[in-house]
Design a protein around this ligand. Sequence first.
Ligand code: DQA
Length: 150
Amino acid sequence: MLNVLVLHGPNLNLLGLREPGIYGATTLAEINQQLKEDGKTLQVEVTTLQSNHEGELVDAIHQAVDRYQGIVINAGAYTHTSVALRDAIAAVSIPTVEVHLSNIYRREPFRHHSYLAPVVVGQISGFGPESYRLGLKALVSHLQPKANNP
Ligand code: DQA
């Protein structure tokens, strides 16, 4: 069975309360619950982790080696600032899908650049909590192309 790590970056613990006009009313706990259910359907074990600390996210990526076959990450604001997260993803060579609730390209110019984009398999942005579900599905299809695209 594949093991997938879903990483949430800074401020995503406040989902539901935080700028609901942009990020919606769904809480992080609800998103995680849905992903775990999707994992059952896709036959993958989903583990979730949220941190507001860049170094903890870097550590989590390092510790994913030999434990997880794929990563889904919403790095929040670190998407636009963190060379360290990008280097961690590049270092471990674990296939990673980048997701965003909002469409980062429709927002302020400083959100248009992602340091992660060049080192991930692909990016899904703009579908609210559905971005995570699509990201998980895309990751599993990438890891098991035949099983999911008969
Ligand atoms: C976000 C977009 C980022 O620009 C922002 O800093 C976030 C959330 C999203 O999911 O839409 O914290 O990653």
